[in-house]
Design a protein around this ligand. Structure first.
Ligand SMILES: O=C(O)CCC(=O)C(=O)O
Length: 208
C-alpha cells in the first residue's frame, strides 16, 4: 500500500461532468491506490465523533461519524452543534494547500464524514451557515465506496443525481448553496465505507 506520508494530489487534468449551475465534478483527481491509502489513514487518524442533534423535537445521533479540523479558534456550528476544531495533520494540510492552490480559495476548515456503509447518510441541507459567507466555495473529495449524491433545486424541486466515485472532487460554489439543497441518501445495498472531505473557508469571528 502507498505510504500517506508522500501523499500528494496530481494535477486536475481530469474529466469534468456538467451539472447544475454552481456544481462541478472533477473525476479521478487521485489514483485508486492513493485514495485507498488515504481512506485507511483517515479511518485510523481521525478523532471520530457521532454527536446528537435535535430534529423536530427529537434527539438523535447523526447517521454517520464526523471529525472537524480547522485553523485554531475557527469553530463551526450546524443543527445546534458547535464543533471545536482538531488541528491539521501534515497529510491533510498538504491536501488543503493543493486544493487551495488549484481552486484559488484559502480553505481553512475541513469537515470529514465517514459513512460506515450504505445505512449511513446525510439528509437534505444547504451549507448556508453564516460563518461560510453568502456564496461559499466548498471542495468535496470522495474516498471509498461509490455513493449517490443528490442536488435539489429549491424552487422547482427538480432533482439531479451524481454518482460520486472514489477520487472524485466535487466543487460547490457560486449560487449552489442558495439555489440548491444536497443529500447523500441511504443505500442499503452498499456494504463498504466511504469518507468524504469537505474543505471550506470559515469566516474569522470578527467578520461574521
Ligand atoms: O458526503 C457527501 O458527499 C456530502 C457531504 C455534505 O453534504 C456536506 O458535508 O455538507
Amino acid at each position: 500500500m502507498q505510504s500517506v506520508t508522500d501523499f500528494t494530489m496530481p494535477l486536475f487534468n481530469t474529466k469534468v461532468k456538467s451539472l447544475p449551475n454552481g456544481f462541478i465534478c472533477h473525476q479521478n483527481t487521485i489514483s485508486s491506490v492513493k485514495a485507498d491509502a488515504l481512506y485507511h489513514y483517515l479511518l485510523d487518524e481521525c478523532a471520530w465523533q457521532q454527536p446528537k442533534i435535535v430534529i423536530y423535537g427529537k434527539t438523535v445521533s447523526i447517521p454517520r461519524l464526523q471529525c472537524y479540523i480547522a485553523d485554531e479558534g475557527l469553530e463551526y456550528q450546524y443543527s445546534g452543534l458547535t464543533m471545536a476544531p482538531e488541528p491539521w495533520s501534515a497529510v491533510l494540510l498538504a491536501i488543503k494547500n493543493r486544493l487551495s492552490h488549484t481552486f484559488g480559495v484559502p480553505f481553512n476548515a475541513l469537515l470529514v464524514n465517514w459513512y460506515r456503509d450504505g445505512q449511513d447518510s446525510m439528509g437534505w441541507h444547504s451549507d448556508d451557515e453564516p460563518e461560510l459567507g453568502r456564496e461559499p466555495c466548498i471542495a468535496s473529495l470522495s474516498l471509498g465506496a461509490s455513493r449517490l449524491f443528490k442536488m435539489r433545486q429549491k424552487q422547482t424541486l427538480q432533482v439531479y443525481n451524481l454518482q460520486l466515485q472514489s477520487g472524485d472532487c466535487l466543487l460547490m460554489s457560486g449560487r449552489s448553496q442558495l439555489d440548491f439543497q444536497h443529500s447523500l441518501p441511504k443505500q442499503p445495498s452498499v456494504k463498504q465505507g466511504r469518507i468524504n472531505l469537505t474543505f471550506r473557508y470559515v469566516l474569522p469571528h470578527h467578520v461574521r
